[in-house]
Design a protein around this ligand. Structure first.
Ligand code: TRP
Length: 329
């Protein structure tokens, strides 16, 4: 059976893009593969969040994961910092990673540009920690977005390098997993890139009806259909993409026809879109709140997941320590 591993940083909430782009599919994938889902709290430390924010963030993301259909009886759910073997492997992999390789990554260059006052070593070695997350469970498949592909490339490089240096076959080279035709790229509400890329362009699973409606009604549009045969603007294409994810095909067709014959009113489309988004997310929101308030259940989930994750990581580290030559006595 294949092993799948997916991680999310502990800052920020899960949004529609996470849900329709990934989580909804994970709920199915966990029946076919051994799945590890974790919250990358160590990675979040690169931006120095307050300790008191940490706890509630981890708790809410865990509740969001569970409310979206991840099943602790089928999958392993855990928090990165509870598995110390990750840090041990991170140290070992750092010895095999060259400064130039890390300085070249696009994500590092972006972060240096955006935050020149906080270029810490953890930021530089962010991809090495990510490689440790993946390799410590010897994952075969890692569902990642475009922005993380380069990190996965480094993970493969380190897996190969380790195996070659110590003449072992400890690590498989993980592949990017995508959901094939099921994969929908969820655009943001600001007319540009994908949801979650910039502040305020996303709808979160914990947003209430009023917030969702307000956000959708404010979504960027254009000045109207350009007329027969002219291409649809990016802003309106995005709204139709969202509509096609959350609404009935007949509803999408209705607005498409109105767009084509020039009678569309974007306000009506947005009203419908907000309503249909709510139909999907409000039940999940209710479930998130229920789970969030059930400390006993959350503790059960995380104790179980931590134990499973540690045992998987321990098994890998046995092989790694042996390969490196730490087992003298
Ligand atoms: N870097 C990932 C992100 O920002 C989060 C992450 C950390 C991750 N470790 C991982 C994702 C391992 C997949 C596998 O989205």
């Amino acid at each position: 059976m294949k092993t799948v591993l997916s991680g999310i940083r502990s800052t920020g909430h899960l949004h529609l893009g996470n849900y329709f782009g990934a989580l909804r599919n994970f709920a199915q994938l966990q029946h076919q593969a051994k799945c590890f889902f974790f919250i990358a709290d160590l990675h979040s430390l690169t931006t120095h969040p307050k300790a008191e924010d940490f706890h509630s963030n981890v708790k809410i993301i865990l509740s969001e994961y569970l409310a979206s259909g991840l099943d602790p009886e089928k999958s392993t759910l855990f928090v990165q910092s509870s598995v110390p073997q990750v840090c041990e492997l991170y140290v070992l992999l750092n010895m095999l990673t060259y400064k130039g390789e890390l300085e070249r990554t696009a994500s590092f260059k972006d972060k240096v540009r955006l935050n020149p006052q906080n270029v810490n070593a953890g930021l530089l070695t962010y991809p090495v920690l990510m490689a440790a997350d993946i390799l410590v469970h010897r994952a075969d498949w890692v569902p990642v977005g475009k922005d993380q592909e380069q990190h996965l490339e480094i993970t493969r490089l380190l897996a190969r390098r380790f195996n070659k240096l110590y003449n072992v076959a400890v690590f498989p080279e993980p592949e990017a997993y995508n959901f094939g035709s099921n994969l929908v790229k969820i655009p943001g509400l600001d007319g540009s890139g994908k949801m979650g890329k910039s502040e305020g362009n996303g709808i979160y699973l914990i947003d209430d009806q009023k917030t969702i409606t307000k956000k959708v009604m404010r979504a960027v549009t254009d000045s109207g259909p350009a007329g027969k045969g002219s291409p649809m603007s990016q802003e309106i294409t995005n709204l139709f993409t969202l509509l096609s994810v959350v609404s009935e095909p007949a509803v999408v067709q209705h607005f498409r026809d109105q767009y084509d014959n020039g009678t569309i009113r974007y306000g009506d489309l947005k009203k419908q879109l907000a309503e249909d988004i709510c139909k999907h997310t409000l039940p999940i929101k209710a479930r998130i709140e229920e789970i969030y308030n059930d400390d006993a259940y959350l503790k059960y989930v995380i104790d179980k997941g931590t134990e499973e994750a540690r045992s998987s990581a321990r098994a890998t580290m046995e092989l790694v320590r042996e390969a490196v030559g730490f087992k003298v006595f």
